[in-house]
Design a binder for this molecule. Sequence first.
Ligand code: AMP
Ligand code: ZN
Length: 132
Amino acid sequence: CIFCKILAGEIPSTAVYEDDDFKAILDVNPAARGHVIILPKNHAANIYELPDEDASKIMIVAKKIATAIEKAYHCDGVNILQNNGEAAGQTVFHLHVHVIPRFKGDTVNIGWKQGDMPEDLDAICKEIQAQL
Ligand code: AMP
Ligand code: ZN
């Protein structure tokens, strides 16, 4: 796994933050200047495999990085993004959280066409709740 190799120091990276559980590095093909990805030190391929402890801690790291990015670049916004599965745009199968600075009128494309309101909201709710 390429991110495990980065975490082991076998592949170079530019770390902006590190603690016992995570390393946050600059994305080498950034969507914008200052695009950071946060990597858990313990390999989990995706959010389904991520231990609860890492899941809860990683958002605190994302908050820390987002706050620093906002101060550094005076950006108009920040996206926190995490892809699971090829269909969702995941290309590296070691879970990571993107922190992406955003500027009014930039060309970063994270969006979707809003659908019509479903007529069966209750059914959808039950479909999900049945699996919780
Ligand atoms: P995702 O598409 O969510 O799986 O994101 C993978 C991200 O990892 C992409 O934004 C890549 O640019 C980034 N990436 C891939 N290899 C490296 C690397 N060696 N160092 C830093 N970032 C990387
Ligand atoms: Zn890994």
